[in-house]
Design a protein around this ligand. Structure first.
Ligand code: ADE
Length: 232
């Protein structure tokens, strides 16, 4: 199978910095979404933003793999900080991901778990190593940790603290956990990078509006460096 790299975001602002750097690309409309194909650093790419949430991100990740032939996937975007060490603009790469809103605890299962699934889906070790190499070269701190995903913009300390305690999570967002399930099921190595836009507290929506674009750019720039290294 030919090597093809998917780069995915959830919102337009998360992939626009990538498209700007590419210059030329081919666009395809499919399943009410736009997919961009290009070559960068000698690597064939397919790029798209899914729209927000687990359902749309599942559809997009699956489409990138099954229709566009992606053999590896990198996700770039923003997240709310759970770990107080993480500040706006800081980068976190997921070591594993869980769905914080998946709940069949009524049947004695842990949060984030359903039979035949995994409570935590680990990301690809080699892509994590590559990311740490890039971080060293860019002289940027890169945290590695657990990311919790749910169909919910978290903006209360109560919910954030519950997610911190239940999943030992460092950051939270709305797509990584579903992308992880898709890639794991289809045996596609994947990597989820997020730059912090807010602290998932009562000020989260204001912080998000103020910093989303700059944090999305931080994340996209980092991912492009990873692509350049993969191309070497
Ligand atoms: N993505 C960025 N900030 C977020 C938050 N507070 N909740 C969910 N997803 C986010």
């Amino acid at each position: 199978m030919a090597f093809k790299l998917a780069i995915m975001g959830a919102m337009p602002e998360e992939i626009e910095p990538l498209l700007k750097r590419l210059g030329e690309y081919k666009t395809t409309q499919y399943a009410k979404n736009t997919y961009y194909e290009a070559t960068y650093s000698g690597i064939d790419l397919v790029i798209a933003y899914s729209k927000i949430g687990k359902v749309f991100s599942t559809l997009t990740a699956t489409t990138m793999i099954e229709k566009f032939g992606a053999t590896k996937l990198l996700f770039s975007g923003v997240a709310g900080a759970v770990n107080p060490e993480l500040k706006v603009g800081d980068l976190i790469a997921a070591s594993s991901l869980s769905q914080h809103d998946l709940d069949i605890t009524a049947f004695g299962h842990p949060y984030g778990y359903v039979p035949e699934g995994q409570q935590f889906v680990p990301t690809d070790k080699d892509l994590l190593l590559l990311a740490h190499e890039v971080a060293r070269e860019m002289e940027l701190p890169l945290k590695e940790g657990i990311i919790a995903t749910g169909d919910q913009f978290v903006c209360t300390v109560e919910r954030k603290d519950w997610i911190a305690e239940t999943f030992d999570a460092d950051a939270l967002e709305m797509e990584g956990g579903s992308v992880a399930v898709v890639c794991d099921a289809l045996d596609i190595p994947f990597f989820i990078l997020r730059a912090i836009s807010d602290a998932a507290d009562m000020d989260a929506s204001f912080s998000f509006d103020e910093f989303m674009v700059s944090s999305a750019q931080q994340s996209a720039q980092f991912v492009l460096k990873m692509v350049e290294k993969l191309g070497r």
